[in-house]
Structure formats: C-alpha cells, structure tokens
Write a protein that binds this ligand. Structure first.
Ligand code: FPP
Ligand code: ZN
Length: 438
C-alpha cells in the first residue's frame, strides 16, 4: 500500500516523507507567498512603490555589465555575443541607449567574432556557433544603423548555415556539434531576418521539429526528450517562420503551455519543475505566439471533432502555407489583431515585478537567486509581452489597467518571433528586404 493510500485509510499514520521536488516547491511557494502577503497588507502608495520598475537601477546594472565586456571578462569567454545581446536588448527594452563610442566598440568587437567563412563565434578567433550567431545578429539589429547592419556578411552567413544543415532537417550548433531545436530556431531566425531563407534551408526542418513534439504537447530539444519551455518557444517560432506551424498539434501545445503558469503567477519550464523568471519569455512568448494562431487552432479543433464523428481517414490540417515563407516575420506583425491572451498577463507581471526584480537593479530567476544578465533580458522581454498582450496592434499603447504598477513601467514592444525591439526590427527589415537584392 502506498504511503498516501495508507493515510487515507488510517489518518493517524505518519505523514509521507516529501520528495526533494516537493520540498523545493513548498519552499519556493512559501517565499513567493510571503512577498504577496506583505504586498497585500501594505498601504496603496507603498504597493505602487513595490511594483515600480527600477529603471535607473537596472540601467546602472546593465551599464556596469557593458564595462565588463572588454577582454578582461573571461568567465563567459565563449558567450560574449550573448552578453552583448542580453545587455543591449535589455537597454533597448527600457527605451534607453548607450553612447556612440560604446556602440561602435560593440560593432567592432562582434566583427572580430565574425568568421571569415560565415557566422559568429563566442569570441574572436573561436569556432562559429549558431547560437552566438543569433545573439550577434540580434545585437547588431538592436544597435541598428548602416555600420552595424552592413557589418553582417550575409553571403558567408548563408554558407555557414548550409554547412550546419543536416539531411534529416535539423541543424548542428557548430561543426560536429549537437543537433537540436535550438539550432533550428536560431538558424531559421537569422536566415529569416537577414532575408536569406530559402527552400534548401527549410527543407525537412518541419519534420525534425514535429518529431520533437511530445505526448504532453510541448516541444523537446531533440526527439525522445522531455517537453521544455525553451525548446517549445524555439520550435514554435521556427515552425511559424517556415510557414509550417499548422503541422504541429496546436490544441495540445496550448494545453501544455498554459498550464505551465502556476500559483506563483510565473511560469515553470517543465511539468513539476520550479517557477523561473526567464520562462516569462520562453513560455510566455510561446503562449503569446499561440494567441496569434487562433484561427489555425480552431480549425484543428474542428477537424479533430469531425474526425471523432466519422472515422473516414481524414488527415487533419494538411494545407501548407509554406510557399510564401520569405517574409513571414513581417506579415506576422502586420496581420495582428486584438486577441485576449491565453495566459494571465497581470499575474505574470506581478511575479516579474515583485519576485524576479532586484530593487538594486537586475532581474533574477526567483527570490533567493542572484540577478544576472540572462534573467534580466528574459524577464524584461516577458514583461514587455505581457504589457502589450491585449493590444490591437503589436505596438499600440496598452490601457493603464493592463500595465501593472505605474504606467512608467511600460517597456518597448518586441517582435515576438525574433525577440528584438519592434522598431529596431522594422529598421532591419527595411535594410535587408528593400536595399539588399539577395
Ligand atoms: C534561442 C535559444 C538559444 C534558446 C534556448 C532555449 C532554452 C532556454 C533552452 C533551455 C535549456 C535547458 C535544458 C534548460 C533546463 O534547465 P534546468 O533543468 O536547469 O531548468 P528547469 O528545472 O527549469 O527545467
Ligand atoms: Zn531561468
């Protein structure tokens, strides 16, 4: 008899010994609820203060990070384009900029990470990697301007992406590196935004990502692994960008993703794991993308109910929209319509502002964890998605009641497929689609 059923038949039996996972979960719940309880009991003006986005302190923390980006910063030596992206994107989300000299230095530094045969490495002289390539390209788009955008060698980039491409549809992260859904997304995102996406690059990508959708509905890093928020965002965004999102089982994906938002108000990355601020973007972002796919989701649900009624071998949503895949990222934001979010957007803002924000600047995973630039970037990206989640247009200012805390908390809107600030995306789109004749 299990401990649980023994307790049901004999209430005086000793309580079952909690698992490590249960203990960790209760600890997090207790920390989070203490914060919410304190918040509920303080006067209204103190509540407003508690909910305020600490813009100046975040900027101070980010500026300090930028100063450390020089050669002396060796701890994350293979990750420097990522640090650039996390910091510059966070600054752009806050609607701020840095001085010209710093921007120039960043462009020059990224240029030194660019491989002569295409793609960007984690540092000068290292091997090019698709993830650092994505980080470098998104940073250069975020910095914007002729010098920054023109520094990307698109022809060589195309060659690099083709070399990473696998016959089964996936991409390798680097020469002889791992093949996973992250590599698919970063490759497709870069190719799409630079206007070098073609039939060869997208061939079989949909098959590979489809093989990673699990029985739970979410998407795993590789076939046979566990569904995870990070990979779910990557898989879903890549499927949208190649025009094959209708091949995923979307109702099941919605079902898995929305239930990853828990009683702590934030998202967890996997079933039975702990809440974490960075999933505000990975899971929140996936749910925000699903919100824009209502018509396909409804169609899939209708087809499923017809299939139940008649078992005449109907094959599900089979129409392919892939012919026009080159500019899907742009159409995605232009065909926007007002839709209610599929997640609790105010609750998520509450988690980010009260539990993931450090008052002294920077954002974090959860209470008790330290701030870092990765969590600062993805908590702010998630916060921006929440603030605009009801908007009629991707950048129309939200009503004050949809922005938790003072309205001055409002961040810049992002393009949800690429995670760059929308205005910077538009500039890059004009540059790569109007001026370049690839
Ligand atoms: C664009 C790009 C490169 C995207 C990366 C996407 C991403 C965040 C993937 C997650 C990686 C991973 C296995 C985390 C699990 O960590 P864990 O076991 O420590 O966390 P958990 O307990 O929350 O699952
Ligand atoms: Zn995290």
């Amino acid at each position: 008899m299990s401990e649980e059923s023994e307790r049901t038949t004999n209430p005086s039996a000793p309580p079952p010994c909690p698992t490590v996972t249960q203990r960790d979960q209760w600890m997090v719940e207790s920390q989070v609820f203490q914060i919410y309880q304190l918040f509920a009991t303080i006067p209204r003006n103190a509540q407003t203060l508690m909910l305020e986005l600490q813009r100046d302190n975040h900027m101070q923390y980010l500026s300090k990070g930028l100063r450390h980006l020089g050669p002396a910063f060796s701890v994350l030596d293979a990750n420097r384009p990522w640090l650039c992206y996390w910091i510059f994107h966070s600054i752009a989300l806050l609607g701020e900029s840095v001085d010209d000299e710093l921007e120039d230095n960043a462009i020059d530094f990224l240029n030194r990470c660019q491989d002569p045969n295409g793609g960007y490495a984690g540092g000068p002289g290292q091997m090019p990697h698709i993830a650092t390539t994505y980080a470098a390209v998104n940073t250069l788009i975020t910095l914007g301007g002729q010098k920054s955008l023109a520094s990307i060698n698109r022809d060589k980039m195309y060659g690099f992406l083709r070399r990473m491409k696998q016959p089964d549809g996936g991409f390798r992260m680097h020469d002889e590196g791992e093949i996973d859904v992250r590599a698919c997304y970063t490759a497709i995102s870069v190719a799409s935004v630079l206007n070098i996406l073609d039939d060869e690059l997208i061939q079989n990508v949909g098959d590979y990502i489809l093989s990673c959708q699990t029985y739970e509905g979410g998407i795993a890093g590789e076939p046979g692994s566990e569904a995870h928020g990070g990979y779910t965002f990557c898989g879903l965004a890549a499927m949208i960008l190649i025009g094959e999102v209708n091949r995923l089982d979307l109702p099941r994906l919605v079902d898995w993703a929305v239930f990853r938002q828990g009683k702590e108000c934030g998202f967890q990355g996997r079933t039975n794991k702990l809440v974490d601020g960075c999933y505000s973007f990975w899971q929140g972002g996936a749910v925000a993308l699903l919100q824009r796919l209502s018509s396909i989701i409804n169609k899939q649900m209708e087809e499923a109910s017809h299939e139940k009624e008649s078992s005449d071998g109907h094959e599900g949503t089979s129409e392919s929209s892939s012919a026009d895949f080159k500019d899907i990222g742009y159409k995605f934001i232009n065909e926007w319509s007002a839709q209610e979010p599929f997640f609790h957007s105010v609750a998520l803002q509450q988690y980010i502002l009260l539990c993931a924000q450090e008052q002294e600047g920077g954002l974090r995973d959860k209470p008790g964890k330290r701030r870092d630039h990765y969590h600062t970037c993805y908590c702010l990206s998630g916060l921006s998605l929440c603030q605009y989640s009801f908007s009629k247009r991707p950048d129309s200012p939200p009503l004050p009641n949809l922005v938790l805390g003072p309205y001055s908390n409002l961040l810049e809107p992002i393009h949800p497929l690429f995670n760059v600030v929308l205005e910077r995306y538009r500039e890059a789109h004009e540059f790569f689609f109007a001026e370049c004749d690839h």
